[in-house]
Design a protein around this ligand. Structure first.
Ligand SMILES: Cc1ncc(COP(=O)(O)O)c(C=O)c1O
Length: 402
């Protein structure tokens, strides 16, 4: 049941099964970052030697990230995280269009994409949201049928953050480019690959996309730093004006330790990708088999193949997620539910509703996302704990779902 978190807080060991929410910074990543908090603290834009160290570190990070993405170094923009990268791709491209454009997203995008699209709708652009199937997967034909005679930005996530559904991005890009060539329009394809990194290949040439977002903290890097791949030749306006860093695309003194951490985390995640997938798939499948056996009525929401290997998403009828999470937390287990608390109401997740799930079942949903250090013992302990929590809550009439 040991996880790396035990080293951080030995008094209250936890089984951390919420890696899709965030991950702890790996020691190797922290080591790579540390010099840039201390002796190599120079502003990369300054001319003296210590500034050169910062500049070189950024250049090296950019080259290594570009190698993972199979793109040019000039196509890498370091951002303040995945949310900023998503906003930049959508708002930054839309603002280069002279005419209103179609913004095609899916019903299950992260709020960074959905709310960015809603914002530019106020500028006259048309937002079209395409449906998903019961596993949260977009049918590329639904994207095709929504392309018209206007310029368009398509933003469809590579993998979903709640249920792990994987989309066929190469096919969506192919359809988009074919449509644009036939109609003489511009169709830009962005994908949010924040959850895909370290689990799926990130080669932007094979994916065929113009823009791709990443975030460091999902892959054992620091929070508040991300990457936007921005294809050369595709116009994009900056969201943040200032000193013109990142080739005029993202002003502000560079977050040097963050950028170094992003690079170190991405390299490790990419090098260990196959091993990570094999390990977490085995752990996840053990969890799903055991939970099916131990918890009456449980349903599994992941697609059996087309979903990220480390996410187990389940629904437990008749119960709400929050009391289950509290019960698990009491037993030292961190997981996540299928709803979000906002201003004292518990709203079921838009992703689960878009998959056709009832509000009641969505509210009784839990996400367990495993990591490289998750063990079989973690799974066995968690399934036991969950079975106990469910039995306890089912015995309390006031806890039944409303
Ligand atoms: C799919 C997806 N996109 C975007 C984000 C936002 O990334 P960040 O937390 O780096 O802003 C997240 C994080 O939860 C995510 O899961």
């Amino acid at each position: 049941m040991a996880t790396e978190l035990n080293h951080l807080d030995s008094d209250s060991p936890v089984i951390y099964l919420d890696h899709a929410a965030t991950t702890p910074v790996r020691p190797e990543v922290l080591d790579a970052m540390l010099p840039y908090f201390s002796h190599a603290f120079g502003n990369p834009s300054s001319l003296y030697a210590i500034a050169g160290e910062s500049r070189n570190a950024i250049d090296e990070a950019r080259a290594q990230v570009a190698a993972v993405l199979n793109c040019r170094t000039s196509e890498i923009v370091f951002t303040g995280g995945g949310t900023e990268a998503d906003n930049m791709a959508i708002k930054g491209v839309a603002s280069t269009f002279n005419e209103p454009a179609d913004i095609i997203v899916s019903d299950v995008e992260h709020h960074a994409v959905i709310h960015a699209a809603e914002q530019i709708e106020r500028d006259g652009h048309h937002v079209i949201s395409v449906p998903v199937d019961r596993y949260g997967i977009v049918n590329p034909q639904d994207v095709a049928s929504n392309l018209g005679n206007r310029n368009a930005i398509i933003s469809i996530m590579y993998a979903n953050n709640e249920v792990g559904a994987i989309n066929d991005i190469p096919e969506i890009s192919r359809i988009a480019k074919k449509h644009a060539a036939e109609r003489g329009t511009t169709v830009i394809v962005h994908t949010d690959a924040v959850q895909a990194s370290g689990k799926l290949p990130l080669d932007v040439k094979s994916l065929g996309v113009d823009f791709l977002s990443l975030s460091a903290h999902k892959i054992h890097g620091p929070k508040g730093v991300g990457v936007l791949f921005a294809r050369r030749g595709v116009k994009i306006d900056p969201l943040i004006a200032g000193g013109g860093q990142e080739r005029q695309r993202r002003s502000g003194t560079e977050n040097v330790p963050g950028i170094v951490g992003m690079d170190a985390a991405l390299i490790l995640a990419e090098n260990e990708r196959l091993q990570f997938c094999e390990h977490t798939r085995a752990i996840r499948d053990r969890f799903l088999a055991a939970v099916t056996e131990r918890v009456d009525g449980v349903t599994i929401n992941n697609h059996p193949e087309n979903s990220l290997p480390h996410i187990a998403h389940i629904s437990i009828p008749g119960l709400e997620g929050e009391p289950m999470l509290l019960g698990l937390d009491f037993k030292g287990i961190c997981a996540s539910s299928g709803s979000a608390c906002s201003s004292a109401t518990v709203e079921p997740s838009h992703v689960l509703l878009a998959m056709g799930m009832s509000r009641e079942l969505a509210q009784g949903s839990l996400r367990f996302s495993f990591g490289k250090d998750s063990t079989q013992d973690d799974v066995d302990y968690t399934v036991n704990a969950l079975a106990e929590v469910v039995t306890q809550l089912r015995g309390m009439p006031s806890m039944a779902a409303r």
